[in-house]
Structure formats: C-alpha cells, structure tokens
Design a protein around this ligand. Sequence first.
Ligand code: NDP
Length: 433
Amino acid sequence: VVKNPSEPEFHQAVKEVLESLRPVIEENEDSYRREALLERMVNPERQIKFRVPWVDDQGQVHVNTGYRVQFNSSIGPYKGGLRFHPSVNLGIIKFLGFEQSFKNALTGLPIGGGKGGADFDPKGKSDREIMAFCQSFMTELYKYIGCGSDVPAGDIGVGAREIGYMYGQYKRITGLYEGVLTGKGLSYGGSLARTEATGYGLLYLTEEILKINNIKLAGKTCAVSGSGNVAIYAIEKAQQLGAKVVTCSDSNGWIYDPKGIDLELLKEIKEVKRARLTEYVKARPDAQYHDGRGVWSIKVDIALPCATQNELLPEDAKQLVENGCLAVCEGANMPTTFEATEYLQEHGVIFAPGKAANAGGVATSALEMTQNSERLSWTFDEVDAKLKQIMVDITHNIDSAAKRYGHEGNYVAGANIAGFEKIVNAMTAQGIV
Ligand code: NDP
C-alpha cells in the first residue's frame, strides 16, 4: 500500500534519503525495526492546515490554504521557512520539512525541522493586499508557533516585507516582542548577513568541497538559475571569490551574459523594481534573453541551481557532463531530480546536495535566534565568520561520513548519514515519543 499517493515530492525526498542510508540501516536493522524508527522519522510530529481568507483591493474576498508541518523536534524547536507560491500543497511542504530536519541537524546548531506556507501567489499583488494576506495567515498560525517551540522564516515568495507584516501581527495578537520569526528587519531584531547567508554559504561550501578535490574556485565559470534571494547572493559571493557567473533565470526565461552578470543591475531589477528579467537585456546589449528554460545548456565549470525543486532534469545533467562541468552545488531545495543526480555522480561530477549546500540560511537564522535571546546584535563580520566556519565544518562532516561508510566522494550519502545519525541519537535518547 502506498501511503500519501498524492505527495510525489515527499516520496521523492524520502526515497533519496532512505536509499543513501542503506548501509546505516542494514547495520542497525533490528533495533530500528523494533522502535519503528524510520516510520517515526518519515511521519511529521504534527501537520496543521488552515483557511486564510483575505480581501483584495477591489473588495473581493479570496480564500487560500495555509500549512505548517512540524516535522521533527528531537534536536530543537521546529525551524524552517514559509513559502507563498500557487504550487504549494501538503506534499511539497512535507518534502521541505523532511529535508529541513536533516539540514538543520547538519548545521550543528540546536534546531528541529519544520516548514509551512500557503498556495497564495504574491505576484502582481499590491502592498496592501500582501499585508492583508500576511495578517490573516498569522492570525491562525500564531497559535502554533513561539520563540521556544517553532520559529518560521522566509522561503520562496516570503522576504523581509512579508516577515515584517507577519511579525507585526504576531506581536499585536500576543503582546510578545520575541524572536518568533527570523529574517526580520535590522531595526526590529533581524541579523546582519541573514539576507546574504544562503547564497554566501553555498559558495563557502562550494569553495571548500572543490578544495577537498584539489580544484580552485577562482577563475571558474558558473551557471546560476533563479534570480531571487539565494541566486543574487550566490552570484555576489561567487564574483567576490573570483569566479565568473554567466547566467540567471526566473520562471519565464533566462539570461546569458558572456561578460558576467551585472549584479548591481540585477539587484536593481529584482530587489528594487520587483520587475522581470526581460528588463536586464534592455540595459545590457551584449546579454541574451531566452524564453523558457535553458540555463544548463551553457558550457560552464560549475552549476549552481538556486530557483526551485526539480529544475535540473536528466537531459540537463547530460548536457552539463558533455560540456565538462566539474561540480553541481544546490542552492535551492531538491532542484536536481533523482535520476539527474545519479547521472552526474556516475559521470564523476562533484555533487553537493541542498540540505548541506544551502544550510547557511537556516544556520544564520539560528544565529538570529541566539542574538534575540541575548537581546544583542552582532556585527556583519562576526555573523559572516560564523557562517563560513559552519559551512566549512558541514563540508568536512559530510565528506567524512561518506568515507566512514565506504562512499568516498558521495556527498548525498554523506549529508544524509551525518544528519540522520544526529537525529537518531536524540530520538533514541528521548524514548518512544
Ligand atoms: P525567491 O522567491 O527569492 O526566488 C525564487 C527564484 O526562483 C525566482 O527567481 C523565481 O522566479 C525562480 N523560480 C521559481 N519557480 C521557478 C520555476 N518553476 N522555474 C524557474 N524559476 C523559478 O526564493 P529564494 O531565493 O529564497 O529560494 C530559492 C530556493 O532556495 C528555494 O528552493 C528555497 O526553498 C531554497 N532555499 C532558500 C533559502 C533562503 O534563505 N531564502 C534557504 C534554503 C533554501 P520568479 O520571480 O519568476 O518566480
């Protein structure tokens, strides 16, 4: 009997993890079976689904569905982002929450796994409509979260503006000024370097994993997909570290800029004007804009998928291998399909999975929680230095976990094993709960 057949992304995530944990599971089969450890691990502790009614600028009422999946709290309060996108459903939130539990374990910080969001499309909405939606969403969500129990953050479609509106509503309802959300503005408890953290962290890990394999990042050409928070700061750090990024994309099309992406221009279009990538080529005549997908067709040394799940398909993997790509490091969550991942690994491409490579975002969120608890704010350099150390540590932990089980160089296995071991230890110590 297949459980939850309408949740293909969740099945995909669980399959990928369990496949790579095979050697660990075989070693401990009897005790895991007796304690139903794997069943407990793939069943969220709690799944919350709720109605989100809101009024648009014409006075029309709309109803969306909100979710919070509290997946695993064995090593700390639930922590994970909120996604606002029309594609959101329970299966997607479960896959993200499941992955998040392992990712959070890898950071070495005391945070459990959760994820949430709504099938709301923020595109084309006015500021007032966004605020109305965020307030309605929080009016239900506040019952289930708190600075010591569940601390959501942003994700696709949820940035500083949305976090601000939700934080205001939480404070208004509860009367509490506490670190219940991360990714907050700097004037009300946010952490310096949180905006940059996922993209920067991705490049710190990429540089380190290349170093382990005797390759230098400086001088390499990179393809980035996406043009949101993760993509923009991945491009920024890649450029700072001496690499050249020649692509970016959104859900309509993609840019190829052979001279290297003009980051100031990209930030102006995406962060200030909130406009589409078609604007980019108007100011940059040497660059090309193409409709549809195609970022992975460009010849590059390193591919950094930073948009969304399942955006790097088997045919893309073949193209990358043909073009001599050395490494794929995932900024987004599960951007590479299972088959594409296998193909890349079989053809000697270094592959860093998102749950390790994009953990810098949640790690810095945990640093924001620490600052909120001490009611202090650290400097940018302090946070950035901690972030870098965390990413370097993750790289070596996943490398050595893979080696311990005879999978040298298989960082998917390494990340899953290292995260799993930590969660299993905590779950076992805390009894059957
Ligand atoms: P944003 O909403 O800021 O940006 C998402 C980007 O991806 C946009 O450019 C968007 O284009 C593009 N995109 C979305 N769907 C598609 C699609 N189907 N095809 C092509 N492009 C698409 O989100 P983030 O940058 O925050 O998140 C990106 C990924 O990184 C997600 O997988 C997220 O879960 C993951 N992540 C984010 C973290 C963070 O700190 N922000 C932390 C860890 C992981 P458009 O504008 O057209 O929608």
